[in-house]
Every structure is written in C-alpha cells, then in structure tokens.
Write a new protein. Sequence first.
Length: 306
Amino acid sequence: MDTQKTSDFIKRLAKDHGFFYCGISKAEPLNEQALYLEKWLTSQKNGEMNWMENHFDLRVDPTKLFPGAKSIVSFALNYYPEERQNQDTFQISKYAYGRDYHKVIKKKLKHLMNDIKSEVGDISGRAFVDSAPIMDKVWAKKSGLGWMGKNTNIINKKSGSFFFLAEIVLDIELVYDGPVKDYCGTCTRCLDACPTGALNAPYEIDGSKCISYYTIELKDAIEKETAASFEDWIFGCDVCQDVCPWNRLSKPTEETSFKLKDELKVWSKKDWEELTEDVFDQVFAGTPVKRTGYAGLRRNIETQTK
C-alpha cells in the first residue's frame, strides 16, 4: 500500500470499529504547546494533579514517547447518551454513565491495530487512551477532528463535543490532515455558565477550580463556600458542554457500553444520600465513578446536602 491507500484504509477501519471521526497528523515536537503547558503548570492551574508535571519532555514530543514515531492517528468515540438523569437529582458527568471508557476504547484499538498489521504488514505502534503523557486535544486539533473551543474541549462542527479521544502512534509515514477553522465566534456561553469560574478566559481553564477536579481529583475536604456553587454535581461536570450551541447537534451513541445504568435513571437525591458501600460497589463496578471510591463519592454528596 502507498501512503494514501494506507491512510484511507485506517480511516475506514476506524469507522468499522465504531469511531465516528479519525484524523492523522505528523509526529513531531510540540514546541508552541510546550511553552503554554510550562506556563500553565508554573501557575499551578493543575492543582494537586501532580502527575501532569511528570514526563514533561515525553508529553510534548511523541518521538521521545515512542522512538521511531512518524504518524499520530487520532480517534473520536461518541458517548452522548440517549437517556439522561432526572434534572432534580445529584448529577454525574455523562461520560461516566456507563462502562469505563478506557477499557472499551483500548479493546477497540487493540483489534484495530491488529487489522492494520494484517493488511499493511510489519509495522510498530502504540495505542493511548488518556493513560500516557500525550496531549490528546492538541493532536485531535492538529488532525482536524475539531477545533479547540473556548471551554478547552475539542468541538466538531457536525457533532459537538461529547466524545472521547484516543490515539495510535505509528512508525510509518501517512497522509496528514490539517486543523479546521474555529467556529466559536463571539459566543461566551461556556465562560458565562461555568459555576466556579474555572474558565477564566477564552481557551483557558484553571484546572484547580473545575468541579471535575474537586469531585474526582481532590482528595482533601471541599470547602463549604466552594461546594455551594456545584449545582448538584457530585462526579464531574458538563455545564460548559451542555450550554454549548454546537452540542445541539449531538446524537446518541451507538456504543451500548456507555448507556445510562438503569439505577441512575430513577435515583432521587434521597437514594444517593442513602447509598451504601455495597450498593456503590454493585452499581459502579467497572465504571469511571469507581475512581473516587465510596468515601470520595460520599464526601461529594455530603457537600451538596449540608
């Protein structure tokens, strides 16, 4: 296969495996992004997410992360749900409605990589799903999956922003896509709606102020004054996406693993408040919510009930 046929073949495979967008970019150092990331970390906008400071050189240069890297193939997998929680109960982010996306996507990428090797031949590659020092959003933008919105999420003109990102880094040359136009325009709905002011400027987020940070990453107690602005969110937050006009185009995912669990369709605030550890283990086994642990989720619930 020549580079064009190989690139087209990979994109067809991506669609066959359930990804609704796939783009390709050249593996090269991210010099401009390195300067921004260094400034962001120096300003401590990562809060207690110290892992973001690790392996800085690998994060900004995929050729060091995977020697021999020549191409980065970016994928988008829709997780927008067909059914949502009741609005009058405690809320979890829609990406956590179903099975842990890491496991779902890793399985897809493993099969996809095997299919590529079967057709293309003896090539090497590594798959990443939000689990290595690689800047997912930067590569998604460079490969044309969408533009970086003012809420710092990748937004696609046809489908909004409710999708997971993943990559396969390959040691072969491919035909590279380019970035797309930014269609945010003068809109500031995400900035205006952010409950905690984490979006302090267009295209910038203070991770240490985001509700997702407080309810997932932070291990210490949450101050009462801070929790008062959470608007019933107890795991993550979707406000900046929910208000984005482009997400009116979001369509329900066909991936059954991401469907809203039956229990969460009917749970009231009282059900959440009376949640036991046994029920937590049963309902949230294999889901992103397990990351907080029972104690962490109880803490989050209690901050919204005091």
